[in-house]
Design a protein around this ligand. Structure first.
Ligand code: ZN
Ligand code: ZN
Length: 363
């Protein structure tokens, strides 16, 4: 079949329009900047997209971003120069049942919009529709996320060479961040965590200026951004010989992580996948010490859908990119977390994080 015979792949806006028809909406106003970037490629800080179920698409921005919109926003969108409030500029174009992003729009903005739309317009809370599309990655996005994951693997390898003992957590984090950039990342995808010894028992530990002790466990959690796409990975290192309990807990978390990875497949319930790790850790006697969800989706944002958690909803789908990151935190003593980034595939999970998971000793 020649290229000319092939129908073009549906754009993201086409897929959104399909979703609008399913939800009985005539249009969606997209105001959240991450969702706007996903749909249109626009990276500025003031813009709005209007996607109609019947095909019409408009993109509004102010005079500062006209050139940028011309370069970034595809021609399927009519590009419109807004005057003052983009919501007010969009209002006269709205008809029927119009979804708005109630997860992000302020009450004030909603009131202003309501005051400017015609009488035949019904505003419908419809947050999460673009997020639903974003949860299933296209091949190009997976490539960018995999590149971001590879940069982290390389940075972890360099860290293992450079050593940890005696350096401060802050110094290690700063050098990791610089390393990510030197290896081609736009930057870290969130503030890097380096937490040694008892400090590792705090899952979201801040950086300290104290030296990392010998013979301790150190949690290192970091991610990179490549062309807007994030990665996320945690490894727990040893800085020397360990007593019995930290080594046992490490083995328990690793076993739980690997069992949960095996459960990652299309159709698996997010609560059930979380439970695989949670039960393994509870069976090992540390159930009360795994206080966070098993994982989260990663893409344009470091935390997105789906959420693997006892309170999560729905099932995994092929093309989801999620973390699998159980942890055990022994207050006042140490913490262990092991986190991989994986693509959900029919043929089994594709693990993007390649740095070894067997306990690595770095002095
Ligand atoms: Zn992480
Ligand atoms: Zn994570």
């Amino acid at each position: 079949m020649s290229g000319a015979d092939r129908a073009p792949a549906p754009s993201r806006a086409d897929r959104l329009a399909e979703l609008l028809r399913e939800r009985d909406l005539d249009a969606l106003l997209v105001t959240n900047l991450v969702n706007l970037r996903y749909l249109t490629g626009f990276t500025g800080t003031n813009g709005l997209a209007l996607v109609r179920a019947d095909g019409e698409r408009a993109f509004l921005t102010d005079f500062r971003y006209l050139d940028q919109a011309e370069a970034q926003v595809p021609g399927e969108f009519e590009r419109i120069r807004g005057k003052e409030s983009l919501l007010e500029d969009a209002a006269p174009r709205l008809t029927g049942r119009v979804g708005f992003d109630d997860e992000h729009m302020t009450v004030k903005a909603h009131e202003r919009l309501g005051a400017h739309v015609g009488e035949d317009v019904t505003l419908v809370a419809a947050g999460g529709l673009v997020e639903e599309l974003r949860a299933v990655k296209e091949p190009g996005e997976v490539v960018r996320i995999a590149r971001a994951a590879k940069i982290v693997d390389e940075a972890l390898r360099a860290l293992a060479e450079a050593g940890l003992t005696g350096r401060t957590e802050r110094a290690v984090a700063i050098s990791l961040e610089r390393d990510l950039r030197e290896r081609g990342a736009e930057g870290p995808s969130f503030p890097i965590i380096v937490a040694g010894g008892a400090h590792g028992a705090l899952p979201h530990a801040g950086l300290r200026d104290e030296p990392i002790p010998a013979d301790a466990l150190v949690i290192v959690d970091l991610g990179a951004i490549v062309e807007g796409s994030c990665s996320d990975c945690t490894r727990t290192f040893a800085t020397g010989a360990l007593d019995g309990e930290p080594a046992e807990v490490y083995a328990l978390v690793l076993a739980a992580q690997e069992r949960a990875l095996e459960a990652v497949r299309p159709g698996a319930g997010v609560v059930e996948v979380d439970a695989v790790a949670r039960e393994a850790i509870a069976d090992g006697g540390h159930g009360e010490r795994f206080g966070h969800g098993l994982g989260h989706g990663v893409g344009l944002e470091i935390h997105e859908r789906p959420r693997l958690s006892p309170r999560g909803e729905g099932t995994l789908a092929a093309g989801n990119v999620v973390t699998v990151e159980p942890g055990v935190y022994v207050s006042g003593a140490f913490g262990v977390r092991i986190e991989d980034l994986v693509v959900v595939r029919e043929e089994g999970p594709e693990v993007l994080s390649r740095f070894p998971k067997a306990l690595v000793t770095v002095e």
